[in-house]
Structure formats: structure tokens, C-alpha cells
Ligand binder design. Structure first.
Ligand code: MIG
Length: 717
């Protein structure tokens, strides 16, 4: 590490990829960043210098890779004037970078620079020209690219200028703003009222090196079960009968299913960790029955607790002084159960209480996993005031600092409920801070049954993957509004390889289970679900690599082909690992689309037709087909015939090899398959196998290059 000081700022060059620039450091103890390992040999480190205008710039071998921008008069002046007039008429001016106490100005080098990142915004990959806010919010309106804050606050951006790439992370949980070249095209402005002038810069030759450097600071992310990669079916809210009917339809017809979700109505008066015996009688038995058929149950859990004397959880937590307060008095707002109070998950005693409560609940009812909702935290009677108090473990934390971390602390204690039993968490969250992927998987909240939201799901989940949230997904078919037969099918096709695949819809909307739209839709839906299950061993290995190395499971094309400018703004194609390119239809009525292929030759998974890279082709995709292409020669491990995922039952893996129809080329891109028990934490002790799969002269070769799990029962065909 090398430290350089300039006037009011300090630059810590932590290693050749990670730099911290600050006037005063933020207190990051609540989310605990990793220490950055120094590398050996000082001479590789980049250098920092102060420009005459007062900005700091970072260079390597004399080339500027990153630069601040001196504060420039005039930034946002027009906005200020306009808002004065508008306010007279009653328009509210949004808070923004304009009024922030702390402002970090970062230079954009050119007009074509691209800006990626910031988590779950419902935007395109390139977010340049917009302004976003990090403040976890819960507004079930129509999210789109101008919608400023969604459920998650992920203060990480990745910037591209010609062949230069850099990343920036703003390490504060206070509300902050990102003006991504909106008011002035020559800069990014990060603004915060309560956060300090303090940020990390990541350098590297390509987006991969940079996000991996970022991951070294915030990771590792949760490695969840193999089963979680299966199909999840949900709706607000299944009754006991509906759930049984659903599972019956799936199992009787061999329609894959791994999880069914129970939404809020299973609870007794929306009291968390209770069950309404009228809504779901014999819940434990029902769940046990599903389990026997390979279907796990996931129940929704909200953070807020009904204020209700005599309700055990309220009484217990109250006794330990474990609810948030305002001026020392219990703070009450309203959520589903009516008057509700907010557990102080920042306090160890409270976390331990909920770890145990969740553990007992799951045991009692044979529930496999927990779906954490409303943890922004949401509130029906206006937002929680900024000075709501959380006592925390060793200092008072006020709501303005706690807000964006609330879901992280809730997830922490819930994930312990699994880990204490040597189980990987089956856990989902809606809200998150940048570091929350360490504890839980996530989904992106209340989208709607709109083609726009289908379109947005791809860049949204690709971006989450760039930010270290690998096991992420959206509600397939759309949550709000009514889906159509065509939208539902195209949605499943488009999100087929989304790491977390769940069909979910809101109360009072059309049902959108696979069998809701007649025979033709059902058959196509089924065909694609089966295809998803074929790819499970491949997806599982990608999840492993993501956890280990920070590489996305669901990646934009530029991750693998950053030198190919064409890839920089492709929002409707996605790389599943280094070898599968998926180009789905995302427009109503379309039956063909243009597909861009980066360098190399690409083989149509269905027809064996070859396409030359660095070209775009128009490819036919009727309603029952989607564009899946595999890099020529690449090997993919497949699972055939599974309708639920039971790792110990996997006895055969089929090795697919991408070859042009009729070709007998010997060229092969091998694949290292990850094999373990799929559910325990034993992988942390190195208990797993790595099997290198290749094809030599038409024969499958499976070579064990690591053999600590020593699973011998799989035949490779
Ligand atoms: O405000 O539990 O995003 O998935 O179905 C609605 C009911 C509360 C919001 C979640 C949604 C869930 C719904 N919840």
C-alpha cells in the first residue's frame, strides 16, 4: 500500500486494482468491508497526482486512467431557476446532487463513455444521462429507466472510455445521489448530505478485472443450494387447496417444480412466524407432503411485528427492549398487521432471537426457506423519520444511516438460521445494500405484466450480476397487472437462464401458472421448463464460479468481449457463462429478431446451424422458440429428465458439445464441472469435486482434477 496526501485529500493505493480517496473516511463498520490484500512488489502500483485545478488523477505508466473533476460553476444552475418557478406552481423538486453537502466530481473523458452499475434500477445497461438515488424504496408503480430509486442501494458503478475501464464505489449507507452525466455531460457527481467525501476506485484492463476487484472488497456472495436453481411457483396468496392442486398438477404431469411460495395470507393476522389454521390447516403436514414430492416450501416473512400484547414475539422482543424507538419511545408505524413496530436487527440479542424464531418456525412447519419482503423497511403511514433510533451493538444508529442496511441485518440473522444447521440459506430479499448479497439471494420486487418490464428484466439482472448479486431474478410473467399468453411465454423464454426463476403474480390479477392459458401455452411452457432443468449442472457450476471469483452468471456481452464496441450496449442478449449466448424475443408480435454474435463461431443449440461472429443475423423465432447459441466446440454438462433437483439422485450427466450439424471437428472447449452435496456448507472445507469434461475423438472424457467430495456415482455420457 502507498499513501499520498494532497491538501485536504488522502489517496490510499491499496494494491494495483483498488484505491481509496478521501477527505474523511465513512464509518463502514456496519457493513464491514474486506481488507484489501496488498500485492508483492511496489513498482506495479498506479500513481496519484494533483492537477493544477485541484483534482486528483490516477495514472499508470503515464496514462491517465481516472480523474476527478474540479467543481465547476454553473453545474445545475438552470435546474435551480426552473425549480423556483415550478415550486410556485406546487411542483415538488426532487432532492438531488444539487443540494448535497458532499459532492464528488468524477470526470467523464468522452462523449461515448458508458456508465453501468447501481444495482436494480429498471433501466438499460448504460445509465449515462440519468440520475439515481440510493434509498431503498417500496413503490409499486411502473418502474422504468427514469425511476430514481428502487428497493436496493448498490453504490457501485463501472465506467468505460475507449479501452479504459474503471469502477467506483461509494461506501456509505446514508442516502446518496448519482448524477451520471445528466446535468453536465463531462462528469459524474456523487452527492450525499450525511456521507463523507470518501470513495473507492477500481482499476483493471477490462470489466472483469474491475468487478472482481470490487468483489474482493464486498464479497463473497452467498453460495446457495443447487435446488434453488429449480423452478419456483408463487402467487399472492395460495390457499392450502390451491397449493395442493398446483403441486399435484406438476408432479402428475412431470412439469418441473422445486419450490412453492406462500405469501402473506398464510399468517395469522399478518403476525410474522405464525400460521392461520383456517387458511392453511395442517400446514406442517402439507409442507411435509410436498417435501416428499421434491417440492420445498418458502414462506414470506416481513420484518415489522404486529403491536399486540399477548402475541409472543411482540412481548418477547418488547421485553428485551428490541424495537426501534423515537425519542426513547417505541416507534409505531403501520404495515400489513396494522400498527407495527420494527425490530432492532442491529442488536445482537435481537438478531439471535429472530435466528432462533426462524429456525423453530421452519422446523415446526417443515418449511425450507424464507422470502424476506417489506424490508426497505416499508411503512404505510409515511416514511420512518430519520431520527428513529436503533440501539445497535455498540452505538446508536439513526434511521437515516440504518435505512439502507435494514434488510441486510434482517438477512444476516435469517441466514444464520440455516448456517447453524450446516445448511446453505434458502433465503430471498427484496431490499439490499451493496454488501447484502453475502447473506441472501434477491429478487427485484413489484414489476408489472408489461413488455417494457420483460425487456428491462435482462439489463436489470445483468447489472445485479455485475454488482455481485448473482442469484437474482424478477417475477416471471410480471407481478402487477394481467399477463397475456404471449407475454407469459416470451417472459419465461427470455428469463430461462435467470439465476432465480420464479413466476409470481399479485392478488386480483389473472392467474399465470403454466396451465392458466390452455393447452398450447402449457406445452410450450413445459418444454422450456424442461430445458431449464437440462442446464442445471451448468448453472450450478456458474453459481460456484460466481461465488468463488466474482464472475457473473448472467452477464452482459461486454463482460467477455469488452474490446468489441458492438457489445457495449446490447440490452437484449445475455451471456450465460463464457459459452452460451441467449437472444430471446422481448417484443409483442415479433417472430424473428436480429442477433449479434461476438467473435468466434456460434452454434444454434436446436438446429446445429453455425453463425460467424462479428456479424448480426436475422433469426426466426416463432412463439415456441428462443435463440440459444453455444460457442463452437464448447462442452456443456446437461441433466436429463429431472423434474425436481435432488443432488444425491444425479447419476448421469450428458455432455453436449457445440458442433455444426454434420461436422466431426475435434476442436473442444472443455468445462470444469463443480460437484458437491448441493446443500451443506461442507464446500467451505474444500469438500467438493471438480471434473474436467472434454470430448476427444468423439468420446466423452471426464477427468477428476479435484476429488475431495469423492462422489463416484455419476456416469458421464
Ligand atoms: O405490498 O406480500 O413485493 O411480491 O406478493 C405488497 C404481498 C407486499 C410485496 C412483494 C410481493 C408480495 C406482496 N408484497
Amino acid at each position: 500500500m502507498r499513501t499520498v496526501s494532497f491538501n485536504d485529500r488522502t489517496v490510499e493505493i491499496l494494491n494495483s486494482h483498488v484505491i481509496r480517496i478521501y477527505k474523511k473516511k465513512n464509518d463502514t463498520s456496519l457493513f464491514g468491508l474486506n481488507d484489501i490484500e496488498p500485492e508483492k512488489g511496489e513498482n506495479k502500483l498506479p500513481s496519484a497526482e494533483l492537477l493544477p485545478d485541484g483534482s486528483i488523477c490516477i495514472s499508470e505508466n503515464g496514462r491517465v486512467l481516472f480523474s476527478e473533476k474540479a467543481d465547476m460553476e454553473g453545474y445545475g444552475e438552470n435546474d435551480a431557476k426552473a425549480s423556483e418557478i415550478a415550486e410556485k406552481e406546487g411542483h415538488r423538486t426532487n432532492e438531488s446532487c444539487l443540494s448535497a453537502r458532499t459532492r464528488i466530481n468524477i470526470a467523464l473523458f468522452g462523449k461515448d463513455d458508458k456508465i453501468y452499475g447501481l444495482g436494480d434500477k429498471a433501466a438499460f445497461l448504460n445509465r449515462r444521462g440519468y440520475e439515481y438515488v440510493s434509498k431503498n424504496s417500496d413503490e409499486p408503480t411502473q418502474h422504468n429507466e427514469t425511476y430514481r430509486s428502487l428497493y436496493k442501494s448498490v453504490n457501485y458503478i463501472l465506467v468505460n472510455h475507449e479501452d479504459i475501464w474503471y469502477g467506483v464505489f461509494y461506501p456509505s449507507s446514508y442516502e446518496c445521489f448519482f448524477d451520471l452525466g445528466k446535468r453536465a455531460s463531462d462528469r459524474i457527481v456523487i452527492g450525499s448530505e450525511k456521507g463523507e467525501y470518501d470513495y473507492f476506485v477500481f482499476l483493471g484492463k477490462n470489466p472483469g478485472e474491475i468487478t472482481v476487484a470490487y468483489y474482493s472488497l464486498i464479497g463473497p456472495s452467498l453460495f446457495t443450494t443447487m435446488k434453488f436453481l429449480g423452478y419456483h411457483q408463487s402467487r399472492w396468496s395460495y390457499t392450502d387447496e390451491e397449493a395442493k392442486e398446483l403441486v399435484r398438477r406438476h408432479t402428475e404431469d412431470g412439469l418441473p417444480l422445486d419450490f412453492i411460495h406462500f405469501d402473506i395470507d398464510y399468517m395469522d393476522g399478518y403476525r410474522v412466524y405464525t400460521v392461520d389454521e383456517k387458511y392453511v390447516p395442517d400446514f406442517a403436514e402439507t409442507c411435509e407432503g410436498f417435501k416428499k414430492q421434491g417440492v420445498g416450501v418458502i414462506t414470506i416473512i416481513d420484518p415489522a411485528v404486529k403491536k399486540d400484547r399477548g402475541y409472543k414475539i411482540y412481548d418477547d422482543v418488547k421485553k428485551m427492549g428490541g424495537f426501534a424507538t423515537l425519542k426513547g419511545e417505541e416507534y409505531v408505524n403501520e404495515v400489513w398487521p396494522g400498527d407495527a413496530v420494527y425490530p432492532d436487527f442491529f442488536k445482537k440479542e435481537v438478531r439471535e432471537y429472530f435466528t432462533k424464531t426462524a429456525k423453530d418456525f421452519m422446523k415446526k412447519y417443515n418449511v425450507t426457506g424464507i422470502w424476506g419482503d417489506m424490508n426497505e423497511p416499508a411503512s404505510f403511514r409515511g416514511p420512518l423519520p430519520p431520527d428513529v433510533e436503533f440501539e445497535g451493538d455498540d452505538r446508536m444508529i439513526y434511521h437515516d444511516e440504518a435505512h439502507n442496511l435494514y434488510a441486510e441485518y434482517m438477512s444476516r440473522c435469517l441466514s444464520d438460521a440455516f448456517k447453524e444447521e450446516n445448511k446453505r440459506p434458502t433465503l430471498i430479499t427484496r431490499a439490499a445494500f451493496a454488501t447484502t448479497g453475502r447473506y441472501t439471494t434477491s429478487w427485484n420486487g413489484d414489476n408489472q405484466s408489461l413488455w417494457d418490464h420483460l425487456r428491462a428484466s435482462l439489463p436489470q439482472v445483468m447489472t445485479m450480476n455485475l454488482c455481485g448479486f448473482f442469484m437474482n431474478g424478477v417475477d416471471v410473467g410480471g407481478f402487477g397487472n394481467d399477463t397475456t399468453k404471449e407475454l407469459l411465454l416470451r417472459w419465461l423464454e427470455a428469463d430461462l437462464f435467470m439465476p432465480y426463476l420464479r413466476n409470481h403474480s399479485a392478488v386480483n390479477t389473472l392467474h399465470q401458472e403454466p396451465y392458466s392459458f390452455g393447452e398450447e401455452t402449457y406445452e410450450i411452457y413445459k418444454k422450456f421448463l424442461k430445458l431449464r432443468y437440462e442446464f442445471i449442472p451448468y448453472l450450478y457450476t456458474l453459481q460456484w464460479e460466481a461465488y468463488k471469483n466474482g464472475t457473473p452468471m448472467f452477464a452482459p456481452l461486454f463482460w467477455y468481449y469488452p474490446e468489441d464496441e458492438e457489445t457495449l450496449e446490447i440490452n437484449d442478449e445475455v451471456m450465460i457463462g463464457d459459452r452460451v449466448l441467449h437472444a430471446p424475443i422481448v417484443m409483442q408480435g415479433e417472430r424473428r429478431r436480429a442477433v449479434y454474435f461476438p467473435e468466434g463461431r456460434w452454434i444454434d443449440y436446436f438446429s446445429g446451424k453455425a453463425y460467424e461472429g462479428k456479424n448480426a443475423y436475422i433469426i426466426e423465432m416463432p412463439l415456441d422458440s428462443t435463440g440459444i447459441f453455444v460457442k463452437e466446440g464448447a462442452v456443456i454438462p446437461l441433466l436429463k429428465g429431472a423434474t425436481s433437483i435432488e443432488p444425491e439422485k444425479i447419476k448421469e450427466i450428458y455432455v453436449y458439445r457445440a458442433l455444426e450439424k454434420g461436422s466431426n471437428s475435434d476442436f473442444c472447449i472443455p468445462f470444469d464441472l463443480h460437484v458437491d452435496d448441493g446443500e451443506s456448507l461442507d464446500y467451505e472445507k474444500g469438500i467438493y469435486d471438480t471434473v474436467r469434461l472434454s470430448v476427444v475423438k468423439g468420446e466423452v472424457v471426464a477427468e477428476k482434477i479435484k476429488n475431495d467430495y469423492n462422489h463416484l456415482g455419476i456416469a458421464f455420457l
